[in-house]
Write a protein that binds this ligand. Structure first.
Ligand SMILES: *[C@@H]1O[C@H](CO)[C@@H](O)[C@H](O)[C@H]1NC(C)=O
Ligand SMILES: *[C@@H]1O[C@H](CO)[C@@H](O)[C@H](O)[C@H]1NC(C)=O
Ligand SMILES: *[C@@H]1O[C@H](CO)[C@@H](O)[C@H](O)[C@H]1NC(C)=O
Ligand SMILES: *[C@@H]1O[C@H](CO)[C@@H](O)[C@H](O)[C@H]1NC(C)=O
Length: 477
């Protein structure tokens, strides 16, 4: 009951999404649509959210997957610009993709579905368990030194592979797991919009099913197993987040610490016959976004009162539903301005267009105006923009994640409370130009009559025409 949630969107893949919300700039400004460039040298030397806190006297700490590791954070998680000390990565991360999953044949495989006995794992732990332990250790240190801190904890699950403690399977008996409500590829979906979920096909257990490319389908019993393991992974993560938040209580920090919980993208679990991320559908772009702000979202706790009591996931107690106005449309690119405002720091100015030479500005508006829960947000109906690149019009092996030089089409998507409208435009990666006359496909879904986004109304020009013009106007800026 302390937290509340919205819809939030940007680009549905890890590195571009993280660089976008951590710099407060859209993918067209970070120029990162794949995993292969570092914004400071490739686009502009933009300040980051943790960097801004560091420059304002905070100690800034990164635990686990916060920036995407690799080129996109210069193989350093953007240290030292963003962080006071080098980022922590759990030592057991290196076993994520190797043969550690016991198959039905009794031998070890690199599987998608991988419930494990943690005591049998290398180092007898899992990465997210180690990250939680490290985060609790760091909280203890910053408390002891009385330092203002910005701690980012990046959990891996429910990212694939689904390697998680097998006891969490008990929460989701297979016979109770349903298929997606709309498990078929919609007939009116333009082929450029479809993502063929290449990454899960390479896992040993999925490869053994010999699923046809690009449309599948995955056998129904295996669909249920994927969904079961995804749900179990989420519950495992939920338990770890519960331990971490309870640590704030133990350290006596809950009364003066802001908490935000979010994710870098969603994940299809068979909706529209799709799996994984890599699309402009809500199921891939939508993320949880929850805030705890002392004295704003919750009253000041009485001495000794726990703000974040640990709830045993196996104890079957029902917790109160979150407050607020779920359904308010906001953007992840707003996180920078929002956290800065909530912490009482000066909010950086809005970015001019273009802003490649401006080191400190934000493209997203603070959503602090909606606080406390239930407060009206203002006159303008909120819009969220997302985008996704494709190498061509028909699904191929690199459609999910084209490298920059292979991008030929960019799908831009507007989401309001009432609809989602996506237009797939020609795109030139050499000069980052969008060709607004070169339309490769379109999608239009109405939230109220078609919440799952299965009935594409784009061919109705009376409905889609004005929305396409609105999108073009935004892109022409
Ligand atoms: C980029 O910005 C950082 C501070 O934000 C600064 O230390 C660094 O010198 C800048 N690099 C360049 C090449 O301007
Ligand atoms: C990226 O890392 C390399 C190697 O450590 C370093 O030489 C370079 O200065 C870094 N880039 C920036 C912009 O800091
Ligand atoms: C599974 O479904 C049965 C029948 O609807 C129900 O009684 C049971 O509580 C469910 N189990 C769980 C763990 O949800
Ligand atoms: C896999 O499926 C294709 C057709 O989709 C078929 O030709 C091939 O024989 C199958 N291979 C195996 C090993 O089942």
């Amino acid at each position: 009951s302390l937290l509340f949630s919205w819809l939030a969107f940007q680009q549905a893949v890890c590195a571009p999404s993280r660089v976008s919300f951590l710099t407060g700039r859209r993918p067209d400004t970070t120029r990162l649509y794949d995993f292969n460039s570092y914004w400071r040298t490739h686009a502009g030397n933009y300040s980051t959210l943790p960097q801004y806190f560091q420059e304002n006297g905070y100690i800034t700490l990164s635990v686990g997957k916060v920036f995407h590791p690799g080129i996109s954070s210069n193989h350093s998680d953007d240290y030292p610009y963003s962080w006071t000390i080098p980022a922590f990565h759990p030592s057991s991360e290196k076993y994520e993709n190797i043969k550690v999953c016991k198959g039905e044949d009794g031998s070890l495989h690199a599987n998608l579905i991988c419930p494990v006995d943690v005591s049998e794992m290398p180092e007898e732990t899992l990465p997210d368990i180690q990250s939680t332990e490290e985060a609790l250790r760091l909280l203890d240190i910053v408390k002891e030194h009385g330092r203002k801190f910005f701690l980012a904890v990046g959990y891996h699950k429910p990212h694939i592979p689904f390697r998680y403690p097998k006891e969490f399977l008990k929460l989701y008996p297979l016979e109770n797991v349903t298929l997606a409500p709309d498990p078929d590829v919609p007939k009116e979906l333009p082929s450029v919009a479809y993502n063929p979920w290449a990454d899960i096909r390479h896992r040993e257990d999925v490869a053994a099913l010999n699923i046809s490319f690009p449309y599948g389908p995955i056998p129904e019993d295996f669909q249920r197993q994927i969904r079961q393991s995804y749900f179990a992974s989420v519950s495992y993560l939920d338990m770890l987040v519960g331990k971490l938040l309870n640590g704030l209580d133990d350290e006596g920090l809950s009364h003066n610490t802001i908490v935000v919980f979010t994710a870098d993208h969603g994940w299809s679990l068979g909706e529209h016959g799709e799996w994984a991320k890599y699309s402009n559908y809500d199921i891939a772009t939508r993320v949880p976004l929850m805030f705890y702000v002392p004295r704003v979202t919750a009253p000041t706790p009485r001495p000794g009162e726990e703000v974040f009591p640990f709830i045993d996931p196996f104890a079957q107690v029902s917790s109160p539903a979150p407050q607020g106005r779920p359904g308010e449309t906001v953007e992840l690119v707003s996180l920078f301005a929002t956290l800065v405002e909530l912490a009482g720091l000066p909010v950086p100015p809005p970015c001019p267009q273009p802003s490649f030479r401006v080191p400190l500005c934000v493209e997203g508006q603070s959503v602090a105006r909606y606080f406390p829960p239930g407060r009206a947000g203002g006159a303008d109906p909120p819009i969220a923009l997302s985008q996704y690149p494709r190498p061509g019009d028909t699904p191929g092996w690199n459609s999910d994640l084209p490298a920059l030089q292979d991008i030929r089409v960019m799908g831009y998507s507007i989401r309001t409370a009432d609809y989602r409208c996506t237009v797939w435009f020609g795109f030139d990666p050499n000069n980052f130009t969008v060709h607004l006359q070169d339309v490769h496909g379109g999608e239009l879904y109405f939230t109220e009559s078609d919440p799952n986004q299965d009935h594409n109304m784009f061919n109705n020009n009376t409905l889609s025409g004005p929305l396409v013009r609105k999108l073009c106007k935004i892109l022409e800026r």
